[in-house]
Design a protein. Sequence first.
Length: 626
Amino acid sequence: MRGRGTVKGAWVRAAVLGSMALVLVVAGACGLAPHAALPAVQANDNTSGGGTLRGDTLTISLVARGAVWRPESDSGPSANVVAFAEEGKAPQIPAPMIRVREGTLVRVAVRNALRDSPIKVVGLRSRPDTTRDTLRVGPGESKSVTFVAGAAGTYYYGAVLGNRDLDKDDERETLAGAYIVDPKGGSPSDRVMVLNIWGDTKDSVTYANALAINGRSWPYTERIAATVGDTIRWRVINATVRPHPMHLHGFYFTMASRGTAHADTAFAAGMRPTLVTERMVPGETMTIMTVPDRPGNWLFHCHIAFHVIPAGARLVTDSADAAHATMSPDAGRHMAGLVVGVTIAPRPGAAADPVPRQRRRLAMFVDEGTRRHRAPRTMGYVLQHGAAPPARDSVELVGTPLLLTRGEATDIIVHNRLKEPTSVHWHGIELESYSDGVAGWSGAAGRLAPMIAPADSFTAHLTLPRAGTFIYHTHLGDFEQLTSGLYGALVVTEPGHPFDPAHDHVFVIGWDGAADPPYILVNGTRTTEPMQMDAGRTHRFRLVAIGAAGGRGFALRRGSTLVEWKAVARDGWTLPASQATRRPATQRVATGETYDFEIVPVPGEYTFTAILDDTRPAWHQRIVVR
């Protein structure tokens, strides 16, 4: 399956085909020279644009040629790929960035240095662009194109080689590059991140792939360094045929614009989403901003497990080594692929935040119990109630909902009773870096958070500055532990307004093992008893998705008719009035996202469903309203 390091799954291909905006792939057999004769790819950090600018004209000469790409270290595993280079320079992944201001005349010469494969160049034209432009360049040929840059925005360009079948052929997304148009007055300082993937079917069960951000795979990706109070601005480009829910640890980001290779749309004031996870479909771009207010090490990464674990995201993987690496205390080993490290330095002379003296203390246990469903193992988080710890084999699927109060400083002591190490990430929570839950990374130089060893414990300090719906889940041995049940909902309510289960309904969707297609559970089950709700009262639906991959569409119907609900929050962020609108009661929730909706139901029978990517109902809940 693409993204697992194993066979490609039909459900993944269907999702990709259904949302593809611009295919950027290259042929497997394209007359490449022997490995030793190919030049090395240079990772492109997109800090400077290519070409030569004279007056109001940018001139750039590109050549498509074979190259050797090492997405990890310079001495690490390699793949023979096709990449763009500027004439006379090293080939780059991503392709050389074209960055100009509005009104600039762009002259691009393209040479195809391949011996037996034509290329179809796309994206080299003025924006916005409603056509699927193609510049065909035969083997050994050169062609040129001239255009005016067009509207300011975040775009990209690339090339297609040969006759490709996305449903059958391997991924060859190494020819995509950023195309940025700045306004005439210039843009604030930013960083450009391009996602590229190369994949290769080894045999009937093995699919090796390299997943990279700006040409590198974690832990060799670049580090983003800033200081508390700085405004960080990123342009993120998904130049792959896979969706990627991109998640930021520790802080919210604001989305300034969202677009594709063809057009970019800026959000009006009051309509900019504020979130911690955004699902980027193939061919999508986004411009985001954040202002960190706490120092420490943080992450920006794809939330699909296969894209960030050694077994799924490394070019060459030994299964025994991958299994060992996924439990390593070294963050450079237990993660891989689409991960960027973010290091925030304290302001010079700033004093550390005082630790509240009054803190609520909770004890939570990580247990393994008897196998319950399809997953080979059953694990769970169990909160202690009363004076005695829960039984060692007690498991709650999903983990005990953590019900906390805004502003009440809370310590959660996590006791690991597994036979293996683990960790807990408090997803979406604004907290100190050391408690964030990434073993060997969270914290700062000289004081990095450890993994939680068997029979050991770790105390996470939560400050809880806002009410909302959040997630807690494992961040070590991610795939096996996550699909075995190590996840749960974390709900923070306002002081004086305790959680009311009669009117506050939490639905947590997760995977049960590694089946293909995935076997999903909602609140730890596939079978439900009818749910009672009272009419004329406001009911809140809290939707949480924390599977290993994919997204699920929720829908609420009265009889066969889709009803309406009001959006009130996303990723724990309360929506402003301009975004808190009434809408049809359906919502796709990607892994790592939460959504809150409110409804005042009238009497009748309702059905709440969760749907797989291909629209097949996977779970339903009957609701009786009286």
